[in-house]
Design a protein around this ligand. Structure first.
Ligand SMILES: [Zn+2]
Ligand SMILES: [Zn+2]
Length: 390
């Protein structure tokens, strides 16, 4: 999943509540802000500035000489999570920054296919291992978490266009009707009455009432076992509806096997989507080895690719991934372990609004900036990746 900062919510006067309602009903701003007028104005100003800078970057031809130092060797790898029919509808009650509509996803693919050769992760791995470069700029498409909506909405598009892709699966959820723990937590935190209880129980500041902000805080602060206990308690009082659960369903093994037969690379994303940097070394070993064994038993072939949940890794975790037998592992930022570059391959996470201009339309200039890492820097990552031993 993707963790990004959400704006703080302001105090709730009647006037502000009215503005929130008006602005929140604007589908162009859905998932962009907390819905207050000031926040929306700030979002619009930032979007205008971003659009202008991206256009200047592309039109001036600066993208021809702007290269990350590792660009020459590593193709652009896009990371997605959920693919849905209707972004605005799905963004109500689930995490917006994990969503992209099928229509926008297809725009992304069309833009990528015009500029890159879209290749498989196996192909990229082979080139990286052998120190070879692609003749033409190459890119790849990946999905984390294994949501069934990827099978329903992205797979048909990929198959029709003949584009390879990879799916990183949480094996413990595959074939169950159980949503991811952080999705269940986010649903609880989206219910006002439950948020107040969580804040009181955990002694957290009242200003942390924005669901995404609170989710980020809890994920960082507590191990998975504690989070599971919190979610179970909250759901006992206010269970999610069947519709909410179905919308977040994981893939079945039949879906995964069909996709794999049709050329989709299947990789591991742990057994239960633990954040590996928060777990014990035994827990890490079990999650890495268990998910690999389960996938290999179903697919009847070796599994070489792994994606770090939420991109969280450090040198000790990278070592554990190597020991578990993975050959290639993927982050969601630009941090690299110089000892293990093949186990810290950078990706860019994209969603519905990632390449939107100030008017909510797809912008090739902004997409171009993402592909060149123009908006990223090593210092921009919020995660602690630790230090390499001297
Ligand atoms: Zn994930
Ligand atoms: Zn990072």
């Amino acid at each position: 999943m993707l963790v990004c900062k959400a704006p703080e919510q302001n105090a709730g006067s009647t006037e502000l509540r009215r503005k929130r309602t008006v602005i929140a009903s604007n589908p162009r701003l859905a998932g962009f802000s907390d819905g207050t007028e000031d926040a929306c104005t700030n979002v619009m100003l930032r979007a205008l500035a971003k659009t202008s800078v991206a256009r200047a970057f592309t039109v001036s031809g600066a993208d021809r000489w702007f290269r990350r130092e590792d660009d020459a060797a590593v193709p652009f790898i896009a990371g997605y999570h959920r693919v849905v029919e209707d972004f605005v509808e799905s963004a109500r009650g689930t995490i917006p920054s994990m969503l992209i509509s099928a229509a926008t996803f297809e725009r992304h693919l069309e833009w990528l296919a015009r500029r890159y050769t879209l290749v498989s992760l196996d192909d990229i791995g082979l080139h990286l291992q052998q120190g070879r470069r692609f003749g033409r700029p190459a890119a790849a498409v990946t999905f984390d978490d294994g949501y069934a909506d990827v099978y329903h909405h992205a797979f048909p598009i990929l198959r029709r266009k003949g584009i390879p892709a990879a799916v990183f699966v949480v094996t413990g959820l595959t074939g169950t009707s159980q949503p991811q723990l952080y999705d269940r937590l986010f649903m609880c935190l989206s219910r006002k009455t439950l948020v107040t209880r969580v804040l009181q129980r955990l002694g957290l500041p009242a200003r942390a009432e924005d669901p995404f902000q609170l989710l980020t805080l809890l994920l960082t602060r507590y191990p998975q076992e504690r989070l599971a206990a919190i979610v179970s308690e909250l759901e006992a009082d206010h269970p999610p509806t069947r519709r909410e659960i179905d919308a977040l369903a994981p893939m079945t093994w039949r879906m995964i096997e069909e996709m794999e037969r049709e050329g989709i690379t299947i990789g591991s994303h742990t057994s239960s989507h633990v954040l590996l940097t928060s777990e014990t070394s035994e827990g890490v070993r079990s999650e890495l080895a268990g998910s690999k064994q389960t996938l290999e038993a179903h697919l009847k072939k070796p599994v070489h690719h792994f994606a770090y949940p939420d991109g969280r890794c450090n040198p000790a975790i990278v070592d554990a991934v190597r020991k578990a037998g993975y050959r290639f592992a993927y982050t969601i930022c630009r941090w690299r372990d110089s000892r293990e570059p093949l186990l810290t391959i950078p990706r860019k996470v994209l969603w519905e609004r990632a390449a939107s201009n100030a008017f909510g339309q797809f912008s090739g200039s902004i997409m171009n900036c993402h592909a060149h890492g123009f908006f990223d820097s090593r210092r921009s990552c919020e995660h602690d990746h630790g230090a390499l031993a001297a």
